[in-house]
Design a protein. Structure first.
Length: 532
């Protein structure tokens, strides 16, 4: 049986997939929700949200992700960060997966990766689960119905959670596998129902393709001034730094919250939706995200709920701390209609410094921006993991190492060049601790962070008097309206200045040790920035 809302330009046979019991092409949201509920994949929640669990895997499986090692990518993949798979092993994996799906129902979504039509990729996502089709329909960009008449897939993702890989036969680590083949433009995903693998696979392939075209691929959020897309800003940051919260200001228009490109035309969102964390979701702190959890079609993953009342318990982490909801961008009232913006006037790098050393904001030169971008620093704190008794640094290069197929300096040099060409002002914002390290000091006041960020984005902070930080060499404002002046000089917030100096020295050494891996690949100005 073959069903479609509109007959596709190309059927699955074009991708070599045949023998399915039924193929559902480009079903819209109500039909996908209906199919998912009928098949017992989850439950219909309040307002028509879809409630589901992902089983064994409640997050990504980075150790099970592979890139097929072919001659065309041999010299351009960062193999220290991307596990290789032999082409012959991939061929066996693909053949076995195609055999496995025969006689099964499949759901097809033809979608765009990228809001800029010049740089987008046309992706066909084939899923075994109806709710995976709903998820990826939210997270990627949906063609207009008439555009489907001429849609031709450039890339294909085949996601089959019921398929278990054979490590000996398929050249992988376990029975779970995510394999990208850049020659065949195919991604195979097996034995995981975690839907985030779908979206991050598209991010990974764009992170490889776009830099080859001179387009910067970024793990960041982005916004622009209301009514003025030219006044854009991007926000890099790892989990826990406030990337989503600070970019989703009601005073600005949200372009996107996770993945973007920066081309000669400006910035553009890769996605068409949001995949928000919901653990301890507070309706007062994040009212719009909270509202999506009772919106028709929102996918709610691994959130515990009352089986009778269907009330969601966002504080319950018994399944995972990584509880999520997925919804389209139009669910957010201040979201951009086009998901496009001009060249960023501001590049913000967010860090959560649990050592209490970094100032709440600092202005970076282009070389310093590359240094901190390649460093990708934040910190774990005591109590987050067994055995951690003091803050520990976390360095995730480019603020997204798991999704970087190319070497980090490729992205760093692209960012540095674009900052220089378009005159973006770069800021390092610390949302971590002040007055001492975690356990002694206190969290940076959100009110101060917002005031400093507002002043940075409206240009007024750039006119302030600055001092040179003795530890990292960047510029720090001496004063800012509405902000306690002592916060701007972290050393003054510590009761023991000598203890601050020792902590600062320790953090600088951590940065230096981590950055040593990039020194052979970078320019002298960035090496100088590393010295401070």
């Amino acid at each position: 049986m073959i069903t479609w809302t509109r007959e596709p330009t190309e059927t699955l046979e074009k991708q070599g997939i045949s023998g399915a019991a039924a193929v559902y092409y480009n079903l819209i949201e109500p039909a996908l929700v209906e199919q998912a509920v009928q098949r017992g994949e989850g439950r219909l929640g309040k307002g028509g949200a879809f409630l589901c669990t992902t089983g064994q895997f409640t997050g990504r499986s980075p150790k099970d992700k592979f890139v097929v090692r072919t001659p065309s990518v041999e010299d351009s993949i960062w193999w220290d960060n991307n596990a290789p798979m032999d082409p012959a092993a991939f061929a066996r994996l693909k053949a076995d997966m195609l055999e496995h799906v025969k006689g099964r129902d499949l759901f097809v979504q033809d979608l765009y990766g990228g809001a800029d039509p010049v740089h987008r990729v046309d992706v066909r996502v084939v899923t075994e689960l109806a709710w995976h089709g709903l998820f990826i329909r939210h997270l990627l960009r949906r063609p207009a119905r008439e555009e489907l008449d001429s849609f031709a897939a450039e890339w294909t993702i085949l996601n089959v959670p019921s398929f278990k890989a054979d490590p000996a036969k398929h050249g992988c680590r376990s029975d779970t596998v995510i394999a990208l083949n850049f020659d065949e433009k195919t991604v195979l995903i097996g034995n995981t129902a975690y839907a985030g693998e779908n979206k991050k696979s598209v991010f990974t392939l764009l992170n490889y393709i776009l830099p080859g075209k001179g387009v910067m691929a970024m793990h960041c959020s982005a916004n622009h001034a209301i009514g003025n897309p030219v006044d854009a800003a991007v926000f890099f940051g790892l989990s826990g730094t406030g990337k989503t919260t600070l970019s989703a200001s009601p005073d600005r228009t949200l372009i996107g919250d996770d993945e973007h490109g920066w081309s000669d035309r400006g910035i553009f969102n890769f996605e068409g939706g949001c995949y928000a964390k919901t653990i301890n979701l507070d309706p007062k702190a994040e009212p719009e995200i909270y509202a999506t959890t009772s919106r028709f079609g929102t996918v709610i993953e691994n959130v515990v709920f009352d089986p009778e009342t269907l009330d969601l318990d966002f504080a319950d982490n018994s399944l995972t701390d990584n509880t999520r909801c997925a919804y389209p961008m139009e669910a957010i009232s201040n979201a951009s209609d086009t998901a496009l913006g001009g060249h960023p006037k501001h590049v913000v790098m967010l860090t959560c410094d649990a050592f209490g050393v970094l100032p709440p904001i600092a202005r970076l030169s282009p070389a310093q921006a590359m240094y901190h971008f390649l460093s990708g620093f934040t910190s774990k704190v005591a109590g987050t993991e067994r055995g951690i008794t003091e803050p520990q640094p976390t360095f995730s290069t480019c603020f997204g190492a798991p999704f970087m197929p190319r070497r980090p300096e490729v992205y760093g040099k692209l960012l540095q060049e674009k900052i220089h060409r378009h005159g973006a002002v770069c800021w390092l914002v610390n949302t971590g601790w002040t007055g001492g390290a975690y356990g002694t000091g206190k969290r940076m006041p959100i009110k101060a962070t917002r005031a400093l960020l507002t002043a940075a984005l409206d240009g007024s902070l750039n006119e302030a008097e600055f001092r040179r930080d003795p530890n990292f060499g960047f510029d720090v404002p001496v004063a800012a309206q509405g902000v306690d002046g002592r916060l701007l000089n972290p050393r003054e917030t510590w009761a023991d200045n000598a203890a601050y100096d020792a902590q600062a020295k320790k953090l600088v050494e951590m940065f230096s040790k981590n950055f040593g891996q990039y020194v052979p690949y970078i320019d002298d100005d960035v090496k100088a920035a590393a010295i401070g």
